[in-house]
Write a protein that binds this ligand. Structure first.
Ligand code: SF4
Ligand code: SF4
Length: 229
């Protein structure tokens, strides 16, 4: 069983399909956690207890042998076809600069308008996480200012503050890396929620009430990029 620090944390969502694996070792060279086992030429497998679920092996396997086992595409399509359901795409900031490459565009090309158009055409309502990302920056920045006031300027500060330096807490893979491999540094993590976490909290206030209660049922589908490097 993989080690978990958070309640309801999902583990083991990245898997190698041994029937497709060629044992080429490419995934090992991209794994930042030494979580992939297997000799060169033999089937490889992921050690869930070490895995960060960052997805680097998945996007770099030349044989498509690695998969994300949490696939909700069919469920989302079903919800989009249900006229009594409002489906909200909660779009993380990085998606608009990562998605274009999947459609043959230059890596990093900004395709915000095309992405919005495609989501609307598919039937989604859109909740852009850029707003929540700004909130995360404000929270993290305020926390950092308070730490500087306390530790550098020796001024009084309110609340419990971890030590400097302060590390971002935005990326789940990064947080898991720290929890598993450098638990002694956890107090350096910012206490701010990630942009997606902020957006999830803000959803009730930002969505029209009729989309949440009454005859309509709101189903919120998060769209996010799992690349963390
Ligand atoms: S990169 Fe893909 S094919 Fe190569 S060893 Fe890893 S899982 Fe197997
Ligand atoms: S998901 Fe990341 S940490 Fe896990 S095996 Fe793949 S590259 Fe390694």
């Amino acid at each position: 069983m993989a080690k978990s620090y958070q309640a309801n944390e999902l583990n083991g969502i990245i898997k190698i399909d041994e029937s497709k694996c060629k044992g080429c070792d490419t995934c090992k060279s991209f794994c930042p956690a030494d979580a992939i086992e297997g000799a060169y030429g033999a089937n490889h497998r992921i050690n869930d207890a070490r895995c960060l679920q960052c997805g680097q092996c998945l996007v770099n396997c030349p044989f498509g042998a690695i998969e994300d086992t949490v696939d909700v595409v069919d469920q989302v399509i079903e919800k989009l076809q249900d006229k009594n359901t409002t489906v909200v795409a909660t779009v993380a900031p990085a998606v608009r600069v990562a998605l274009g490459e999947e459609f043959g565009m230059e890596p990093g090309k900004l395709i915000t308008e095309q992405m919005y158009g495609a989501l609307k055409a598919a039937g989604f309502k859109i909740m852009d996480v850029n707003f929540a990302a700004d909130n995360t920056i404000l929270e993290e920045g305020t926390e950092l200012i308070h730490k500087i006031q306390k530790y550098v300027l020796n001024q009084p500060a309110e609340g419990e503050l971890g030590p400097l330096p302060q590390f971002t807490s935005c990326c789940p893979a990064w947080v898991r890396y720290m929890e598993l491999y450098h638990p002694d540094l956890r107090q350096h993590l910012s206490s701010a929620k990630s942009p997606m976490g902020m957006a999830w909290k803000a959803r009730g206030r930002s969505l029209p009430q009729r989309q949440i209660t009454g005859r309509d049922r709101a189903v919120r589908q998060r769209i996010r990029v799992w690349l963390s490097y």
